[in-house]
Design a protein around this ligand. Sequence first.
Ligand SMILES: Nc1ncnc2c1ncn2[C@@H]1O[C@H](COP(=O)(O)OP(=O)(O)OP(=O)(O)O)[C@@H](O)[C@H]1O
Ligand SMILES: [Mg+2]
Length: 232
Amino acid sequence: MPWYKKKHRKSTRLPRDLFDVIVGYEDVKRILLKALKSKKPVHALLAGVPASAKSLFLSEIQRLPSSYFLLGGKTTKAGLAWILSRCKPKYLLIDELDKMPRREMTVLLSLMETGLVKDVKYRKEIEVVLDTKVFAACNRDDAIPAELKSRFYLKFYFKPYSLVEFKEVGTKVLVSREGVKASLASYIVNRVSEFTRDVRVCIGIARIAESKSDVDFIVGSLRKYKKFSWKK
Ligand SMILES: Nc1ncnc2c1ncn2[C@@H]1O[C@H](COP(=O)(O)OP(=O)(O)OP(=O)(O)O)[C@@H](O)[C@H]1O
Ligand SMILES: [Mg+2]
């Protein structure tokens, strides 16, 4: 059955473990849960540094049966209005919102303000009114027009992790999601924290290192070849 014919559940009951895979951000989780359950639409934007769990938040919301996920830079030829009119999602999830074409942003503007989705596609008029909530993520928000940003009532700008946060997030991700032993996980995270706060580096090392000496060798090499500045 094509995705747009699938019947979505009407209930607002959320899985008990929604957002449990995300380490920290307890306040953001609580607010987003309220937004997911609110009667009237509340839209939220997660912006900020790479590897700060923005996409992870969206993929958790994607577990809800009445959600529709899309990448800003990869909207289909049929267009956002057509997708919305067919799928009528309760939750529209857009990752990399900053890469979304302007034409599609115009559709979003109207959806987020009044719920109206109006367009002409394949010489047919599209016109529906929806109560879709929009949850989006991006790194930088400079490419997003001010009027669209303003329609996200809730905006969260994620900053780089502090050392303490990085150690907690990194270790938990390696142990629970990558199946690494606790002692090796914390060793990897400690060594990585010497030169970056990017959790993906911990994951990369964890996937190939079998021992602490492997970790030392890889970290030594990554530090030797780390990005340099051309400026003197
Ligand atoms: N707080 C966290 N809890 C659990 N996992 C995390 C957390 N922060 C980062 N990660 C891990 O880091 C990796 C990157 O997370 P994610 O893709 O959500 O980042 P992002 O903020 O969307 O980054 P980007 O801006 O590069 O798209 C994932 O493997 C994720 O599990
Ligand atoms: Mg992401």
